[in-house]
Design a protein around this ligand. Structure first.
Ligand SMILES: Cc1cc2nc3c(=O)[nH]c(=O)nc-3n(C[C@H](O)[C@H](O)[C@H](O)COP(=O)(O)OP(=O)(O)OC[C@H]3O[C@@H](n4cnc5c(N)ncnc54)[C@H](O)[C@@H]3O)c2cc1C
Length: 500
């Protein structure tokens, strides 16, 4: 992607967009340095690694000794399928479980299994059908590879997370959502995919072809099969211009719903103050509206060091939190006239705000609330968080349209998502306190008809998973039918479903 020197106008545009980047608390080195076997030849993947490596995921709270870690390169078409099949066959011969990963930004061992085979998928090229606004890519392809390819064709991903680090297959497996509006989760933009089942059968899936498998693989954390490649919707890349409005947090849901249903609004999010003096009481609503005329280049965000300084400066500092809120609400609006490309807003790495302090942990939480329940949830948070001593660095609010497909749907109806980022000491005591607080927050969300997101720490009580995801037991039962030997296993299965 070309990256010309930023002009004053583009710097202003990115500063206006900076609250977005500030919103996405980020991780973290993803795995310990380990010996990795590159899956280079068939048919002997098992012999490739001699030392049992220890892998980790974002947050570095899930160190897991695996039997071997295999990097699976992206190869054209059927060679990729043959290689993946050989890895599955070798694991079966050894009686080992398999867990697949791409960026391993999940935070609770969702991409890892003890004493198993960890497959890390690499990305490949992107085939674009510009007229149909569709593209196809291997599951290990990352958003930072997809966006430049689409950009050259005047297109942009329809739905993705707020960072470009993740794999597209994993995005389907967690059924991620983004901040483009009005949109359902990522799975609703998947037209077709190929899934390799535990017995080596390759199945073509879509909402209409093998719909049962599609619905269980979507947000199914790789437990039904290995996603090989996907065909996805794209949308035109656009020039967008931001505007910001301040409002009381209790009035946010109504204003947000009106905003996301305004036709020219293409992307939108909210943010809440986290300083003690206005804890979760003030909100800012940022909407990016489509503009006619040329689309600016997809430059990377300007002044990442400033975004980072302001964001990380909040840790343990009331003054830092106030300064950050001032930057969001008072400074950014005056810098708002910039136009920015949709692709530039999406092409942001999580590394910009990453925690680099080995003594601390950044942990994400996410709760999905019926819009009419948001104010009550925030009221509950105002009680629960200070009592638990949680160091809250950020709350971003997003809108997710209803997901009628996924078995484990976190948004069976339209929801407002509250994405929270906490920082805590890297100690067992702090982790236990975070777990207790997490269960209280989940209880508050469930009590209001909401749910919580599954790619983060697995600190929920299994009963809470069943109440938030009423089809959880049916999900586990069907998984056992498709995969009776539990070839595909990971930390999410072990924590929440293994006993079902
Ligand atoms: C900083 C940060 C920002 C985030 N922002 C957002 C956001 O804006 N919106 C949102 O919805 N989520 C967000 N998340 C959560 C994120 O979407 C998930 O953690 C996602 O899993 C990350 O992708 P990954 O490539 O790291 O997946 P991994 O952690 O590598 O894998 C995730 C899951 O998918 C499975 N899997 C991966 N690839 C395959 C495959 N090919 N076949 C079968 N199974 C597979 C894995 O086994 C695992 O269960 C964020 C997380 C972080 C850390």
């Amino acid at each position: 992607m070309p990256s010309p020197a930023p002009t004053r106008r583009t710097v202003l545009g990115h500063l206006a967009a900076a609250p977005l980047a500030l919103s996405v608390p980020v991780s973290l080195p993803l795995s310990l340095p380990v010996p990795r076997a590159r899956s280079a030849g068939l048919p002997s993947p098992a012999g490739a690694a001699s030392v049992a490596p220890v892998l980790n995921d974002a947050g570095r709270m899930s160190p897991t000794r695996v039997a071997r870690h295999v990097l699976v390169p992206s190869e054209p078409g059927e060679a990729r399928v043959a290689r993946l099949r050989a890895e599955l066959k070798a694991a079966a011969a050894e009686g080992r479980p398999v867990a697949v990963g791409v960026a391993r930004h999940s935070m609770g061992g969702q991409s890892l299994v003890p004493e198993g085979v960890a497959l890390t998928l690499e990305g490949g090229g992107v085939e674009i059908d510009t007229a149909a606004r569709r593209y196809r890519a291997a599951a290990g392809t990352r958003w930072r590879q997809v966006i430049p390819a689409l950009d050259a064709a005047g297109l942009s991903p329809a739905v993705m997370q707020s960072n470009n680090d993740f794999g597209i297959g994993s995005t389907f497996c967690v059924n991620a959502h983004g901040w483009a509006v009005p949109c359902g989760p990522f799975g609703t933009t998947v037209r077709h995919l190929r899934l390799l089942l535990a017995d080596g059968t390759l199945v073509a899936c879509s909402p209409t072809e093998e719909p049962e498998l599609f619905a269980h693989a979507m947000g199914g954390y790789g437990l039904f099969g290995l996603v090989v490649d996907l065909e996805l919707d794209a949308v035109p890349n656009r020039a967008l211009a931001p505007d910001l409005a301040r409002l009381p947090a209790d009035g946010f849901a109504d204003a947000f719903l009106r905003t996301v249903r305004t036709p020219e609004v293409a992307m939108a999010y909210g943010r809440l103050s986290v300083s003690r003096s206005r804890f979760l009481e003030e909100a800012v609503l940022v909407a990016f509206r489509a503009r006619t005329g040329p689309v600016p280049p997809p430059e990377a965000a300007s002044l990442p060091w400033l975004q980072r300084l302001i964001y990380r400066g909040q840790t343990g500092s009331e003054a830092g939190k106030r300064l950050r809120w001032l930057a969001e609400t008072q400074v950014a609006p005056h810098l708002a006239p910039g136009r920015v490309a949709r692709n530039a807003l999406l092409n942001v790495s999580a590394a910009v705000l990453a925690n680099r302090d080995p003594a601390r942990v950044d942990i994400l939480h996410e709760y999905f609330l019926p819009p009419e329940g948001l104010a009550a949830f925030l009221a509950a948070c105002r009680t629960i968080l200070p009592a638990a001593g949680g160091e809250l660095l950020n709350v971003t609010l997003r809108h997710v349209e209803a997901d009628p497909i996924a078995c484990l749907a976190y948004a069976p109806q339209a929801r407002i998502a509250a994405v929270m980022s906490f920082s805590h000491d890297r100690t067992p005591e702090a982790d236990a306190a975070m777990g207790a607080m997490t269960r209280r927050l989940i209880e508050a969300a469930i009590g209001l008809g909401g749910s919580f997101y599954l790619p983060y720490r697995t600190q929920a009580h299994p009963d809470q998973v069943r109440r938030a995801y009423p089809r959880a037991d049916a999900f586990a039962a069907l998984k056992r039918r498709y995969d009776p030997d539990l070839r595909f296993r990971n930390g999410l299965w072990d924590a929440y479903f293994a006993q079902a």
